[in-house]
Design a protein around this ligand. Structure first.
Ligand code: A2P
Length: 284
């Protein structure tokens, strides 16, 4: 999603605003490392922090957020409910636990982390609807400003489209080496904002010859090329790093643009850096 800087925001389908790049917190150790990384990211200018109960670091990420010195209303905080807490009651309880661990009193965005899927559940659609009811309730109560899903394929989304409130966001694996065109097109056609997890393909895409060549052409790093490509696709990258210079580097993507022909080169890259996780094989 384009913008002129880290603090620039774009509109969610309900009018709430979301900063155009997020700082990802998966795998940050639940100690001072997470606290310090989050504080560094906010100091550098990130205003959007992507969390999840499954990351098991909400306490230290929450502390980093609270100690950052930036007002809560200037920050955009996301969390997600994990697969072991599907269904209305458990989702409500999981939300309360996340809020307690983060030490916050509302979230900007709350997501279902993975859909219940037919490979495990005959009644997968009902399970997802029941979980979705909890998110809808939290949204109506004003405890979350927006609601959505993560890793949903069109068939999972379709089963929620008649719900009182539709998903506003779908957070998926999305990078030059794994572009999920079927999900991408469905979300575009249905006004669902896309967010990209692993926008660098867990660093495995950075050595791909197309990315390396473009990095040389534009005088940028391979990571900056990947992030800029994601943004020019109107997708919000959620980028992770524990390393301050790289957290800074990943924020310097607003002063150049990838030309159309080079966007196409990336659009046609072969698969690279795919995590291997899909709704049909996730059992964890
Ligand atoms: P590190 O934390 O040491 O910076 P993804 O978000 O696609 O899953 O990728 C995350 C991985 O990419 C992490 O291993 C992170 O390592 C690495 N990374 C993040 N930013 C950069 C960068 N600018 N250059 C190289 N590697 C990076």
């Amino acid at each position: 999603m384009l913008g002129n800087g880290l603090k620039d925001k774009v509109l969610l389908p309900n009018g709430h605003k979301i900063p155009c790049i997020g700082y990802g917190t998966y795998k940050l150790p639940d100690d001072e490392t997470a606290e310090n990384c989050v504080k560094a990211a906010i100091e550098i200018g990130y205003r959007h922090i992507d969390e999840a109960a499954y990351y098991f670091n909400e306490k230290s990420v929450g502390k980093g957020i609270r100690d950052s010195g930036v007002k809560r209303e200037e920050l955009f905080i996301t969390s997600k409910v994990w697969t072991n807490n599907r269904g209305y009651d458990k989702t409500m309880a999981s939300f309360d636990q996340s809020m307690k661990d983060l030490g916050l009193d509302y979230l900007d965005l709350f997501l279902i982390h993975w859909p219940a899927d037919a490979h495990e559940h005959d009644d997968w659609a009902e399970i997802n609807l029941d979980t979705w009811k909890a998110l809808t309730e939290l949204y109506k109560e004003g405890r979350v400003k927006a609601i959505g899903v993560s890793n949903f394929w069109p068939e999972h989304l379709e089963a929620l489209m008649e719900a009182e409130i539709r998903p506003m966001v779908n957070q998926i694996e999305f990078h030059p080496g794994y572009r999920q065109p079927r999900v991408f097109d469905y979300c575009r056609e249905n006004g669902i904002l896309l967010e990209a997890w692993s926008p660098l393909g867990r660093a495995k895409v950075l050595g791909h010859e197309t990315i390396v060549k473009l990095a040389e052409k534009y005088g940028r790093s391979p990571a900056q090329i990947c992030l800029r490509w994601v943004m020019q696709k109107d997708v919000i990258p959620l980028v992770k790093s524990l390393n301050r210079p790289r957290i800074e580097e990943n924020a310097r993507v607003f002063d150049f643009a990838i030309e159309d022909e080079d966007m196409e080169l990336i659009d046609n890259m072969e698969e690279a850096g795919f995590s291997g996780h899909t709704p049909t094989n996730v059992t964890f």
